[in-house]
Design a protein around this ligand. Structure first.
Ligand code: ZN
Length: 176
């Protein structure tokens, strides 16, 4: 599957939803349906497209690192604070141009949640787990947990992976 396949499938679902809403509006005069508990739900029929554009010039090295198999964080040379995801400014010291350091790959899961109800832009994924791991350097990393079984306190590894179907590099937690 490519991003375009996903987009087409979503578009189909949206058009189906909109045409059934059209019928509801014709019958009741308003886009009100019942949720699964029988409670009335107002459904807005306006579509909104969201496109992300995030300037990454100051943290470009992070993405280059992923390509080289490294997961990088930034560190303030003045106060020693490590930032992950990396940022180029230390708000405590009000300085920029932080150092780049590699993240340790070992950590321990401190919290997780299983996402069954996904936001529309994530609806093409199977249910997934988002966890927070305390890494060896004391930094908490929030990432998808790629594991069938999951429990707080389990040892995890931070690794680079390819997110499908978008086919881009990202990082995830796996059992150690
Ligand atoms: Zn600092």
């Amino acid at each position: 599957m490519t991003i375009n396949d996903v987009r087409e499938k979503l578009q189909q679902q949206i058009s189906q939803l909109i045409s059934s809403l059209d019928q509801v509006v014709q019958m009741y005069g308003m886009p009100i349906i019942q949720d699964k508990n029988g409670n009335p739900l107002w459904i807005d029929v306006r579509e909104m497209t969201l496109r992300y554009q995030i300037p990454i010039k100051k943290v470009q090295k992070f993405f280059e690192g992923l390509k080289e198999g490294k997961i990088l964080a930034t560190k303030c040379s003045k106060c020693g604070t490590i930032y992950f995801p990396p940022q180029d400014d230390c708000p405590k010291c009000k300085i920029s141009g932080l150092e780049w350091v590699e993240m340790p790959d070992e950590g321990e899961l401190v919290a997780y949640t299983i996402i069954n109800v996904k936001p529309p832009s994530f609806s093409h994924y199977q249910d997934y787990i988002v966890g927070i791991a305390r890494m060896k350097n004391g930094i908490n990393v929030t990432a998808w947990v790629n594991s069938k079984e999951v429990k707080v306190g389990m040892k995890v590894k931070l690794r680079i992976t390819k997110r499908e179907p978008e086919n881009y590099l990202t990082y995830e937690l796996i059992p150690a």
